[in-house]
Design a protein around this ligand. Sequence first.
Ligand SMILES: Nc1ncnc2c1ncn2[C@@H]1O[C@H](COP(=O)(O)OP(=O)(O)OP(=O)(O)O)[C@@H](O)[C@H]1O
Ligand SMILES: [Mg+2]
Length: 538
Amino acid sequence: MEKHRLPLPELHDDKHRHKQCNGENSNRFRPPKHKARGSYVAAENNNLNRSQSLGSCSANSSQIAHAISFRGITERGSLGLECPDASMLPSSPGSMEVSDRSHFEQCFERLAKLGEGSFGEVFQVRDRSDGRLYAVKISKQLFRGEQYRAERLEEVRRYEEFSGHENCIRFIRAWEQYDRLYMQMELCRESLEQYLLRCRRVPEERIWQILLDLLRGLKSLHDRNLIHLDIKLDNVLISEDDETCKLADFGLVIDVDKANNHHATEGDSRYMAPEILQGHFSKAADIFSLGIAMLELACYMDLPANGPLWHELRQGLLPEEFINKISVELQAVIKSMMNPNPTQRPTAEQLLSHPKLLKMQQKRQSLISFNHLSRSFRRSRRAVWGRMCNWKSAAFRYIFYFLEILHLYKPITPPTPSIKIAPSSPSSANMPTAPRVEFQLVGSTPIANRDCYASDFLSGDDALELSQHGTPVMNVTPLNHNQGKSRLDLMKMNMDSLGRSVQVNDFESPCSGLSSPKVLDTSSFRRKKLFVLDFDDE
Ligand SMILES: Nc1ncnc2c1ncn2[C@@H]1O[C@H](COP(=O)(O)OP(=O)(O)OP(=O)(O)O)[C@@H](O)[C@H]1O
Ligand SMILES: [Mg+2]
Protein backbone atom coordinates (compact mmCIF):
# COMPACT_ATOMS: atom_id res chain seq x y z
CA MET A 1 0.00 0.00 0.00
CA GLU A 2 2.74 2.38 1.02
CA LYS A 3 4.65 1.99 -2.25
CA HIS A 4 1.63 3.13 -4.30
CA ARG A 5 1.26 6.29 -2.35
CA LEU A 6 2.02 9.50 -4.12
CA PRO A 7 4.05 12.07 -2.22
CA LEU A 8 1.75 14.19 -0.13
CA PRO A 9 3.64 17.40 0.31
CA GLU A 10 0.82 19.49 1.76
CA LEU A 11 -0.49 16.82 4.08
CA HIS A 12 0.55 17.73 7.58
CA ASP A 13 -1.02 16.37 10.66
CA ASP A 14 -3.65 19.03 11.05
CA LYS A 15 -3.80 20.31 7.53
CA HIS A 16 -6.97 18.45 6.55
CA ARG A 17 -8.48 18.20 9.94
CA HIS A 18 -11.55 20.28 10.61
CA LYS A 19 -10.46 23.27 12.60
CA GLN A 20 -12.43 24.21 15.65
CA CYS A 21 -15.41 26.12 14.48
CA ASN A 22 -16.37 29.38 16.10
CA GLY A 23 -19.59 29.58 14.24
CA GLU A 24 -17.62 30.12 11.01
CA ASN A 25 -16.47 27.42 8.69
CA SER A 26 -13.40 29.42 7.91
CA ASN A 27 -11.00 26.74 6.71
CA ARG A 28 -13.29 25.41 4.06
CA PHE A 29 -13.30 26.38 0.44
CA ARG A 30 -16.57 27.22 -1.16
CA PRO A 31 -16.41 24.82 -4.06
CA PRO A 32 -16.52 26.17 -7.57
CA LYS A 33 -20.05 25.86 -8.81
CA HIS A 34 -20.92 25.56 -12.43
CA LYS A 35 -23.69 26.86 -14.63
CA ALA A 36 -26.56 28.43 -12.73
CA ARG A 37 -25.10 27.52 -9.36
CA GLY A 38 -21.95 29.53 -9.82
CA SER A 39 -23.48 32.93 -9.80
CA TYR A 40 -23.80 34.31 -6.33
CA VAL A 41 -25.85 37.44 -6.11
CA ALA A 42 -24.37 40.41 -4.34
CA ALA A 43 -25.60 40.28 -0.78
CA GLU A 44 -26.57 43.94 -0.70
CA ASN A 45 -29.01 43.38 -3.55
CA ASN A 46 -30.40 40.30 -1.97
CA ASN A 47 -30.70 41.05 1.66
CA LEU A 48 -33.86 39.20 2.56
CA ASN A 49 -34.04 40.98 5.86
CA ARG A 50 -35.10 44.10 4.06
CA SER A 51 -38.78 43.43 3.84
CA GLN A 52 -39.30 46.63 1.87
CA SER A 53 -37.41 45.20 -1.05
CA LEU A 54 -39.94 42.40 -1.19
CA GLY A 55 -42.94 44.52 -0.55
CA SER A 56 -42.29 47.59 -2.63
CA CYS A 57 -42.36 46.11 -6.13
CA SER A 58 -44.79 47.63 -8.51
CA ALA A 59 -48.13 45.89 -8.62
CA ASN A 60 -47.90 43.02 -11.08
CA SER A 61 -48.63 39.31 -11.00
CA SER A 62 -45.37 38.51 -9.23
CA GLN A 63 -46.63 40.56 -6.29
CA ILE A 64 -49.33 38.04 -5.63
CA ALA A 65 -48.27 34.86 -3.88
CA HIS A 66 -48.90 31.73 -5.94
CA ALA A 67 -48.90 28.31 -4.34
CA ILE A 68 -46.80 25.75 -6.18
CA SER A 69 -47.63 22.09 -6.07
CA PHE A 70 -47.02 19.16 -8.36
CA ARG A 71 -49.14 16.77 -6.34
CA GLY A 72 -51.50 14.90 -8.56
CA ILE A 73 -49.49 15.65 -11.69
CA THR A 74 -48.26 12.27 -12.79
CA GLU A 75 -47.19 13.04 -16.31
CA ARG A 76 -43.68 14.50 -16.48
CA GLY A 77 -43.04 17.01 -19.24
CA SER A 78 -39.59 17.83 -20.62
CA LEU A 79 -38.86 19.60 -17.38
CA GLY A 80 -42.12 18.48 -15.93
CA LEU A 81 -43.00 22.04 -15.08
CA GLU A 82 -45.48 23.05 -17.68
CA CYS A 83 -48.47 22.87 -15.46
CA PRO A 84 -47.69 22.92 -11.80
CA ASP A 85 -50.70 23.64 -9.68
CA ALA A 86 -50.02 27.31 -9.03
CA SER A 87 -53.02 28.68 -7.25
CA MET A 88 -53.21 32.17 -5.89
CA LEU A 89 -52.72 32.56 -2.16
CA PRO A 90 -54.56 35.21 -0.26
CA SER A 91 -52.23 37.99 0.82
CA SER A 92 -53.70 37.71 4.26
CA PRO A 93 -56.07 35.12 5.62
CA GLY A 94 -59.48 35.85 4.22
CA SER A 95 -58.47 38.60 1.82
CA MET A 96 -57.20 38.59 -1.71
CA GLU A 97 -56.04 42.16 -1.87
CA VAL A 98 -52.39 42.93 -2.49
CA SER A 99 -50.73 43.84 0.75
CA ASP A 100 -47.52 45.68 1.50
CA ARG A 101 -46.31 42.68 3.43
CA SER A 102 -45.31 39.51 1.64
CA HIS A 103 -47.20 36.27 2.16
CA PHE A 104 -44.13 35.03 4.06
CA GLU A 105 -44.22 37.93 6.48
CA GLN A 106 -47.94 37.59 7.01
CA CYS A 107 -47.83 33.88 7.70
CA PHE A 108 -44.58 33.52 9.61
CA GLU A 109 -42.57 35.09 12.33
CA ARG A 110 -38.90 34.93 11.37
CA LEU A 111 -36.88 33.70 14.33
CA ALA A 112 -33.35 32.92 13.14
CA LYS A 113 -31.25 32.19 10.12
CA LEU A 114 -30.40 28.49 9.95
CA GLY A 115 -28.06 28.41 7.03
CA GLU A 116 -27.25 29.58 3.58
CA GLY A 117 -26.24 27.77 0.42
CA SER A 118 -25.53 28.88 -3.09
CA PHE A 119 -29.24 28.96 -3.83
CA GLY A 120 -31.07 30.04 -0.81
CA GLU A 121 -31.19 31.27 2.71
CA VAL A 122 -32.99 29.13 5.25
CA PHE A 123 -34.82 30.63 8.21
CA GLN A 124 -36.30 29.17 11.33
CA VAL A 125 -39.85 30.50 11.50
CA ARG A 126 -42.99 30.21 13.58
CA ASP A 127 -46.15 29.63 11.60
CA ARG A 128 -48.68 32.17 12.87
CA SER A 129 -51.58 29.82 12.06
CA ASP A 130 -50.51 26.79 14.13
CA GLY A 131 -47.75 28.25 16.31
CA ARG A 132 -45.31 25.53 15.25
CA LEU A 133 -41.71 25.91 14.18
CA TYR A 134 -40.66 25.28 10.58
CA ALA A 135 -37.81 26.02 8.20
CA VAL A 136 -38.45 28.23 5.17
CA LYS A 137 -35.93 28.34 2.34
CA ILE A 138 -36.06 31.54 0.27
CA SER A 139 -34.27 31.64 -3.05
CA LYS A 140 -31.49 34.20 -3.14
CA GLN A 141 -31.76 35.11 -6.78
CA LEU A 142 -34.78 36.66 -8.38
CA PHE A 143 -36.43 34.70 -11.20
CA ARG A 144 -34.74 36.52 -14.05
CA GLY A 145 -35.30 33.90 -16.72
CA GLU A 146 -37.75 31.08 -17.30
CA GLN A 147 -34.92 28.50 -17.18
CA TYR A 148 -33.88 29.54 -13.68
CA ARG A 149 -37.48 29.56 -12.50
CA ALA A 150 -38.01 26.13 -14.03
CA GLU A 151 -34.98 24.76 -12.16
CA ARG A 152 -36.31 26.12 -8.86
CA LEU A 153 -39.75 24.66 -9.48
CA GLU A 154 -38.14 21.33 -10.30
CA GLU A 155 -36.61 21.40 -6.82
CA VAL A 156 -40.10 21.84 -5.37
CA ARG A 157 -41.26 18.80 -7.33
CA ARG A 158 -38.44 16.70 -5.87
CA TYR A 159 -39.00 17.88 -2.32
CA GLU A 160 -42.66 16.98 -2.74
CA GLU A 161 -41.87 13.63 -4.31
CA PHE A 162 -39.61 12.41 -1.51
CA SER A 163 -41.36 14.11 1.35
CA GLY A 164 -43.00 10.90 2.57
CA HIS A 165 -39.75 8.96 2.96
CA GLU A 166 -38.46 8.84 6.51
CA ASN A 167 -34.90 9.55 5.35
CA CYS A 168 -35.81 12.54 3.21
CA ILE A 169 -36.76 15.95 4.50
CA ARG A 170 -40.51 16.54 4.98
CA PHE A 171 -41.84 19.19 2.68
CA ILE A 172 -44.88 21.26 3.68
CA ARG A 173 -45.62 23.72 0.85
CA ALA A 174 -44.09 26.15 -1.60
CA TRP A 175 -45.13 29.42 -3.16
CA GLU A 176 -43.62 32.17 -5.27
CA GLN A 177 -43.93 35.87 -4.78
CA TYR A 178 -41.90 38.89 -5.88
CA ASP A 179 -39.96 36.56 -8.24
CA ARG A 180 -38.65 34.41 -5.41
CA LEU A 181 -39.36 30.86 -4.39
CA TYR A 182 -40.35 30.07 -0.82
CA MET A 183 -40.31 26.52 0.51
CA GLN A 184 -41.70 25.56 3.89
CA MET A 185 -40.34 22.32 5.32
CA GLU A 186 -39.88 20.53 8.59
CA LEU A 187 -37.39 22.09 10.94
CA CYS A 188 -34.34 19.97 11.60
CA ARG A 189 -31.92 20.28 14.48
CA GLU A 190 -28.79 20.82 12.43
CA SER A 191 -26.92 19.64 9.36
CA LEU A 192 -24.43 16.76 9.53
CA GLU A 193 -21.68 19.29 8.87
CA GLN A 194 -22.72 21.32 11.93
CA TYR A 195 -22.98 18.10 13.92
CA LEU A 196 -19.44 17.09 12.97
CA LEU A 197 -18.02 20.49 13.83
CA ARG A 198 -19.79 20.32 17.16
CA CYS A 199 -18.85 16.74 18.11
CA ARG A 200 -15.52 16.36 16.26
CA ARG A 201 -15.32 12.65 17.05
CA VAL A 202 -18.36 10.75 15.96
CA PRO A 203 -18.60 7.24 17.46
CA GLU A 204 -18.34 4.52 14.85
CA GLU A 205 -21.67 2.99 15.79
CA ARG A 206 -23.30 6.35 14.99
CA ILE A 207 -21.48 6.50 11.64
CA TRP A 208 -22.98 3.14 10.67
CA GLN A 209 -26.42 4.41 11.62
CA ILE A 210 -25.95 7.57 9.55
CA LEU A 211 -24.73 5.48 6.62
CA LEU A 212 -27.79 3.26 6.91
CA ASP A 213 -30.16 6.28 6.95
CA LEU A 214 -28.51 7.88 3.94
CA LEU A 215 -28.34 4.67 1.93
CA ARG A 216 -32.05 4.19 2.49
CA GLY A 217 -32.78 7.75 1.38
CA LEU A 218 -30.49 7.40 -1.62
CA LYS A 219 -32.04 4.08 -2.62
CA SER A 220 -35.46 5.73 -2.84
CA LEU A 221 -34.01 8.19 -5.37
CA HIS A 222 -32.05 5.58 -7.34
CA ASP A 223 -35.09 3.31 -7.50
CA ARG A 224 -36.79 6.11 -9.48
CA ASN A 225 -33.79 6.43 -11.78
CA LEU A 226 -32.92 9.79 -10.22
CA ILE A 227 -29.54 10.99 -9.02
CA HIS A 228 -28.95 13.53 -6.28
CA LEU A 229 -25.57 14.93 -7.46
CA ASP A 230 -25.09 17.06 -4.35
CA ILE A 231 -24.58 14.60 -1.52
CA LYS A 232 -22.49 16.18 1.20
CA LEU A 233 -22.58 16.67 4.96
CA ASP A 234 -24.18 20.08 4.55
CA ASN A 235 -27.09 18.59 2.66
CA VAL A 236 -27.90 15.98 5.28
CA LEU A 237 -30.11 17.16 8.11
CA ILE A 238 -30.62 15.59 11.50
CA SER A 239 -34.21 15.30 12.62
CA GLU A 240 -35.25 17.25 15.70
CA ASP A 241 -36.89 14.41 17.58
CA ASP A 242 -35.32 11.04 16.78
CA GLU A 243 -31.84 11.79 15.41
CA THR A 244 -32.72 10.33 12.01
CA CYS A 245 -30.56 11.61 9.17
CA LYS A 246 -32.46 12.98 6.21
CA LEU A 247 -31.40 13.83 2.70
CA ALA A 248 -32.13 17.43 1.80
CA ASP A 249 -31.42 19.95 -0.95
CA PHE A 250 -32.91 18.35 -4.04
CA GLY A 251 -31.87 21.30 -6.17
CA LEU A 252 -29.66 19.22 -8.49
CA VAL A 253 -31.70 16.02 -8.56
CA ILE A 254 -32.08 14.83 -12.12
CA ASP A 255 -33.09 11.82 -14.16
CA VAL A 256 -29.95 9.78 -15.05
CA ASP A 257 -30.77 9.88 -18.76
CA LYS A 258 -31.30 13.62 -18.77
CA ALA A 259 -28.10 14.13 -16.79
CA ASN A 260 -26.08 12.53 -19.54
CA ASN A 261 -27.76 14.75 -22.12
CA HIS A 262 -25.94 17.77 -20.71
CA HIS A 263 -28.74 18.89 -18.48
CA ALA A 264 -26.98 18.14 -15.21
CA THR A 265 -25.24 20.57 -12.91
CA GLU A 266 -22.22 19.48 -10.94
CA GLY A 267 -22.36 19.61 -7.18
CA ASP A 268 -19.69 20.47 -4.64
CA SER A 269 -16.22 19.61 -6.00
CA ARG A 270 -15.05 18.26 -2.62
CA TYR A 271 -17.54 15.41 -2.92
CA MET A 272 -17.52 15.06 -6.69
CA ALA A 273 -16.87 11.64 -8.26
CA PRO A 274 -13.91 11.60 -10.72
CA GLU A 275 -16.00 10.52 -13.73
CA ILE A 276 -18.11 13.70 -13.46
CA LEU A 277 -15.11 15.56 -14.90
CA GLN A 278 -15.59 13.52 -18.05
CA GLY A 279 -19.27 14.41 -18.05
CA HIS A 280 -20.35 10.92 -17.02
CA PHE A 281 -23.23 11.07 -14.56
CA SER A 282 -24.50 7.94 -12.87
CA LYS A 283 -25.95 6.59 -9.64
CA ALA A 284 -22.41 5.49 -8.80
CA ALA A 285 -21.44 9.18 -8.57
CA ASP A 286 -23.82 9.53 -5.61
CA ILE A 287 -22.25 6.44 -4.01
CA PHE A 288 -18.81 8.05 -4.34
CA SER A 289 -20.05 11.30 -2.78
CA LEU A 290 -21.61 9.40 0.10
CA GLY A 291 -18.41 7.37 0.57
CA ILE A 292 -16.18 10.44 0.76
CA ALA A 293 -18.69 12.15 3.08
CA MET A 294 -18.43 9.12 5.39
CA LEU A 295 -14.64 9.41 5.26
CA GLU A 296 -14.90 13.05 6.31
CA LEU A 297 -17.31 12.15 9.10
CA ALA A 298 -15.36 9.15 10.41
CA CYS A 299 -11.87 10.67 10.22
CA TYR A 300 -12.69 14.34 10.84
CA MET A 301 -10.84 15.14 7.66
CA ASP A 302 -11.21 18.41 5.79
CA LEU A 303 -11.78 17.43 2.18
CA PRO A 304 -9.79 19.28 -0.48
CA ALA A 305 -11.67 21.12 -3.24
CA ASN A 306 -8.78 20.58 -5.70
CA GLY A 307 -5.04 19.88 -5.78
CA PRO A 308 -2.99 16.66 -5.50
CA LEU A 309 -4.89 15.24 -2.54
CA TRP A 310 -8.13 15.72 -4.47
CA HIS A 311 -6.72 13.43 -7.19
CA GLU A 312 -5.24 10.90 -4.73
CA LEU A 313 -8.59 10.48 -3.02
CA ARG A 314 -10.06 9.71 -6.43
CA GLN A 315 -7.35 7.16 -7.20
CA GLY A 316 -8.27 5.06 -4.18
CA LEU A 317 -5.37 6.36 -2.07
CA LEU A 318 -6.80 7.25 1.29
CA PRO A 319 -4.39 8.91 3.77
CA GLU A 320 -3.49 6.19 6.28
CA GLU A 321 -3.06 8.47 9.26
CA PHE A 322 -6.78 9.19 8.93
CA ILE A 323 -8.19 5.91 7.69
CA ASN A 324 -6.33 3.87 10.34
CA LYS A 325 -8.47 5.43 13.03
CA ILE A 326 -11.54 3.50 11.92
CA SER A 327 -12.36 -0.21 11.95
CA VAL A 328 -11.27 -2.42 9.05
CA GLU A 329 -14.93 -3.15 8.31
CA LEU A 330 -15.82 0.53 7.88
CA GLN A 331 -12.59 1.16 5.95
CA ALA A 332 -13.52 -1.57 3.48
CA VAL A 333 -17.00 -0.13 2.93
CA ILE A 334 -15.69 3.42 2.40
CA LYS A 335 -12.97 2.23 0.03
CA SER A 336 -15.46 0.23 -2.02
CA MET A 337 -17.75 3.28 -2.26
CA MET A 338 -14.80 5.43 -3.39
CA ASN A 339 -13.63 3.00 -6.02
CA PRO A 340 -12.16 5.01 -8.94
CA ASN A 341 -14.07 2.80 -11.35
CA PRO A 342 -17.78 3.67 -11.12
CA THR A 343 -18.87 0.27 -12.43
CA GLN A 344 -17.09 -1.44 -9.53
CA ARG A 345 -18.76 0.61 -6.84
CA PRO A 346 -21.53 -1.19 -4.97
CA THR A 347 -25.08 0.02 -5.46
CA ALA A 348 -27.16 1.39 -2.58
CA GLU A 349 -29.06 -1.88 -2.50
CA GLN A 350 -25.88 -3.97 -2.34
CA LEU A 351 -24.54 -1.81 0.44
CA LEU A 352 -27.76 -2.19 2.37
CA SER A 353 -27.21 -5.94 2.35
CA HIS A 354 -23.83 -5.59 4.08
CA PRO A 355 -24.00 -7.92 7.14
CA LYS A 356 -23.49 -5.08 9.61
CA LEU A 357 -26.17 -2.90 7.98
CA LEU A 358 -28.50 -5.87 7.60
CA LYS A 359 -28.19 -6.60 11.30
CA MET A 360 -28.92 -2.98 12.14
CA GLN A 361 -31.98 -2.97 9.91
CA GLN A 362 -33.27 -6.13 11.55
CA LYS A 363 -32.70 -4.59 14.97
CA ARG A 364 -34.54 -1.43 13.92
CA GLN A 365 -37.35 -3.47 12.43
CA SER A 366 -37.77 -5.50 15.58
CA LEU A 367 -37.71 -2.32 17.66
CA ILE A 368 -40.43 -0.83 15.46
CA SER A 369 -42.50 -4.03 15.71
CA PHE A 370 -41.96 -4.09 19.47
CA ASN A 371 -43.16 -0.50 19.76
CA HIS A 372 -46.21 -1.28 17.62
CA LEU A 373 -46.90 -4.36 19.68
CA SER A 374 -46.57 -2.65 23.03
CA ARG A 375 -48.77 0.21 21.82
CA SER A 376 -51.50 -2.13 20.61
CA PHE A 377 -51.14 -4.18 23.82
CA ARG A 378 -51.65 -1.05 25.92
CA ARG A 379 -54.63 -0.10 23.82
CA SER A 380 -56.28 -3.53 24.06
CA ARG A 381 -55.50 -3.76 27.80
CA ARG A 382 -57.34 -0.50 28.30
CA ALA A 383 -60.27 -1.71 26.23
CA VAL A 384 -60.45 -5.04 28.15
CA TRP A 385 -60.21 -3.26 31.48
CA GLY A 386 -63.03 -0.92 30.49
CA ARG A 387 -65.19 -3.85 29.45
CA MET A 388 -64.35 -5.77 32.62
CA CYS A 389 -65.44 -2.81 34.71
CA ASN A 390 -68.76 -2.79 32.86
CA TRP A 391 -69.21 -6.55 33.39
CA LYS A 392 -68.30 -6.27 37.05
CA SER A 393 -70.81 -3.53 37.72
CA ALA A 394 -73.47 -5.42 35.72
CA ALA A 395 -72.76 -8.60 37.72
CA PHE A 396 -73.04 -6.74 41.02
CA ARG A 397 -76.27 -5.14 39.90
CA TYR A 398 -77.75 -8.56 39.07
CA ILE A 399 -76.59 -10.07 42.38
CA PHE A 400 -78.18 -7.22 44.37
CA TYR A 401 -81.30 -7.45 42.26
CA PHE A 402 -81.72 -11.17 43.08
CA LEU A 403 -80.92 -10.58 46.73
CA GLU A 404 -83.59 -7.90 46.73
CA ILE A 405 -86.12 -10.30 45.17
CA LEU A 406 -85.26 -12.90 47.79
CA HIS A 407 -85.68 -10.23 50.48
CA LEU A 408 -82.17 -10.80 51.65
CA TYR A 409 -81.17 -7.29 50.88
CA LYS A 410 -82.87 -3.93 51.16
CA PRO A 411 -81.37 -1.13 49.19
CA ILE A 412 -80.42 1.85 51.31
CA THR A 413 -81.51 5.03 49.65
CA PRO A 414 -79.18 7.79 50.74
CA PRO A 415 -81.02 10.73 52.21
CA THR A 416 -80.92 13.77 49.99
CA PRO A 417 -79.37 16.63 51.85
CA SER A 418 -81.57 19.63 51.99
CA ILE A 419 -80.72 22.90 53.54
CA LYS A 420 -83.61 24.95 54.60
CA ILE A 421 -83.07 28.58 55.17
CA ALA A 422 -85.38 30.41 57.43
CA PRO A 423 -86.07 33.77 55.90
CA SER A 424 -84.60 36.55 57.92
CA SER A 425 -86.32 39.42 56.22
CA PRO A 426 -90.04 40.13 56.31
CA SER A 427 -90.21 40.30 52.53
CA SER A 428 -89.34 36.64 52.22
CA ALA A 429 -91.23 35.54 55.35
CA ASN A 430 -94.27 34.25 53.53
CA MET A 431 -92.37 31.93 51.23
CA PRO A 432 -94.17 28.57 51.11
CA THR A 433 -91.08 26.42 51.09
CA ALA A 434 -87.47 27.20 51.57
CA PRO A 435 -85.56 27.15 48.32
CA ARG A 436 -82.93 24.59 47.65
CA VAL A 437 -79.66 26.35 47.35
CA GLU A 438 -77.08 24.92 45.01
CA PHE A 439 -73.49 25.95 45.19
CA GLN A 440 -71.21 26.14 42.30
CA LEU A 441 -67.67 26.07 43.55
CA VAL A 442 -65.27 28.10 41.56
CA GLY A 443 -61.62 27.11 41.72
CA SER A 444 -60.48 30.61 42.41
CA THR A 445 -62.65 31.07 45.49
CA PRO A 446 -60.12 32.27 48.08
CA ILE A 447 -61.10 30.08 51.01
CA ALA A 448 -57.61 29.03 51.95
CA ASN A 449 -57.50 26.72 54.94
CA ARG A 450 -60.54 27.86 56.82
CA ASP A 451 -63.57 25.72 57.46
CA CYS A 452 -66.51 26.43 55.30
CA TYR A 453 -70.11 26.59 56.27
CA ALA A 454 -73.23 26.50 54.20
CA SER A 455 -73.95 30.01 55.40
CA ASP A 456 -70.70 31.22 53.93
CA PHE A 457 -72.12 30.71 50.50
CA LEU A 458 -75.19 32.75 51.16
CA SER A 459 -74.90 36.38 50.60
CA GLY A 460 -77.98 38.06 51.87
CA ASP A 461 -81.56 38.59 50.86
CA ASP A 462 -80.95 39.60 47.29
CA ALA A 463 -78.84 36.58 46.74
CA LEU A 464 -81.49 34.42 48.23
CA GLU A 465 -84.07 35.86 45.90
CA LEU A 466 -81.82 35.25 42.98
CA SER A 467 -81.37 31.69 44.08
CA GLN A 468 -85.13 31.24 44.02
CA HIS A 469 -85.02 31.94 40.35
CA GLY A 470 -82.45 29.26 39.89
CA THR A 471 -79.50 31.63 39.42
CA PRO A 472 -76.40 30.47 41.23
CA VAL A 473 -74.93 33.25 43.33
CA MET A 474 -71.22 33.59 43.45
CA ASN A 475 -68.65 36.02 44.63
CA VAL A 476 -70.97 38.36 46.42
CA THR A 477 -69.39 39.78 49.53
CA PRO A 478 -71.85 39.74 52.43
CA LEU A 479 -71.85 42.18 55.33
CA ASN A 480 -70.74 40.31 58.39
CA HIS A 481 -72.49 41.62 61.52
CA ASN A 482 -71.02 38.96 63.75
CA GLN A 483 -67.40 39.62 63.25
CA GLY A 484 -65.27 38.35 66.06
CA LYS A 485 -67.81 35.78 67.23
CA SER A 486 -66.95 32.12 67.29
CA ARG A 487 -68.55 30.17 64.46
CA LEU A 488 -69.21 27.38 66.91
CA ASP A 489 -71.31 29.71 69.10
CA LEU A 490 -73.19 30.96 66.09
CA MET A 491 -73.95 27.43 65.00
CA LYS A 492 -75.25 26.59 68.46
CA MET A 493 -77.65 29.51 68.05
CA ASN A 494 -78.61 28.20 64.61
CA MET A 495 -77.40 31.44 63.09
CA ASP A 496 -75.13 32.10 60.24
CA SER A 497 -72.28 34.54 60.27
CA LEU A 498 -74.61 37.28 59.05
CA GLY A 499 -76.96 36.85 61.95
CA ARG A 500 -79.64 34.97 60.01
CA SER A 501 -81.09 31.86 61.54
CA VAL A 502 -80.17 28.68 59.74
CA GLN A 503 -81.90 25.35 59.95
CA VAL A 504 -80.07 22.32 58.91
CA ASN A 505 -82.40 19.43 58.35
CA ASP A 506 -81.93 15.84 57.24
CA PHE A 507 -78.41 16.34 56.32
CA GLU A 508 -76.09 13.54 57.06
CA SER A 509 -72.70 14.73 56.39
CA PRO A 510 -69.88 12.22 56.19
CA CYS A 511 -68.55 14.08 59.20
CA SER A 512 -71.82 13.95 61.10
CA GLY A 513 -70.40 11.48 63.51
CA LEU A 514 -67.74 13.92 64.51
CA SER A 515 -68.25 16.42 67.24
CA SER A 516 -67.59 19.31 64.92
CA PRO A 517 -70.79 20.99 63.68
CA LYS A 518 -69.38 21.40 60.19
CA VAL A 519 -71.94 21.27 57.43
CA LEU A 520 -69.68 21.15 54.45
CA ASP A 521 -66.01 20.90 54.26
CA THR A 522 -65.05 22.52 51.00
CA SER A 523 -61.47 21.44 51.38
CA SER A 524 -62.71 18.00 50.37
CA PHE A 525 -63.73 19.51 47.04
CA ARG A 526 -60.23 20.67 46.50
CA ARG A 527 -58.74 17.42 47.71
CA LYS A 528 -60.87 15.48 45.26
CA LYS A 529 -58.67 12.89 43.64
CA LEU A 530 -58.24 13.23 39.93
CA PHE A 531 -57.91 10.09 37.89
CA VAL A 532 -55.65 10.77 34.97
CA LEU A 533 -55.97 8.38 32.10
CA ASP A 534 -52.82 7.47 30.29
CA PHE A 535 -53.52 8.08 26.60
CA ASP A 536 -51.29 7.15 23.71
CA ASP A 537 -49.83 9.91 21.58
CA GLU A 538 -51.96 8.74 18.71
N1 LIG B 1 -35.17 22.07 7.13
C1 LIG B 1 -34.06 22.60 7.65
N2 LIG B 1 -33.88 22.62 8.98
C2 LIG B 1 -32.76 23.15 9.51
N3 LIG B 1 -31.75 23.66 8.79
C3 LIG B 1 -31.87 23.66 7.44
C4 LIG B 1 -33.02 23.13 6.80
N4 LIG B 1 -32.87 23.24 5.46
C5 LIG B 1 -31.66 23.82 5.27
N5 LIG B 1 -31.06 24.08 6.45
C6 LIG B 1 -29.74 24.72 6.63
O1 LIG B 1 -29.55 25.65 5.59
C7 LIG B 1 -28.41 25.29 4.80
C8 LIG B 1 -28.66 25.61 3.34
O2 LIG B 1 -29.79 24.90 2.87
P1 LIG B 1 -29.79 24.21 1.43
O3 LIG B 1 -28.69 23.23 1.35
O4 LIG B 1 -31.15 23.66 1.16
O5 LIG B 1 -29.50 25.48 0.52
P2 LIG B 1 -28.81 25.54 -0.93
O6 LIG B 1 -28.73 26.98 -1.28
O7 LIG B 1 -29.57 24.69 -1.87
O8 LIG B 1 -27.39 24.95 -0.64
P3 LIG B 1 -26.27 24.39 -1.67
O9 LIG B 1 -25.13 25.34 -1.57
O10 LIG B 1 -25.93 23.08 -1.08
O11 LIG B 1 -26.87 24.30 -2.99
C9 LIG B 1 -28.21 23.79 5.07
O12 LIG B 1 -26.89 23.42 4.90
C10 LIG B 1 -28.64 23.67 6.52
O13 LIG B 1 -27.58 24.02 7.39
MG1 LIG C 1 -27.21 22.72 0.43
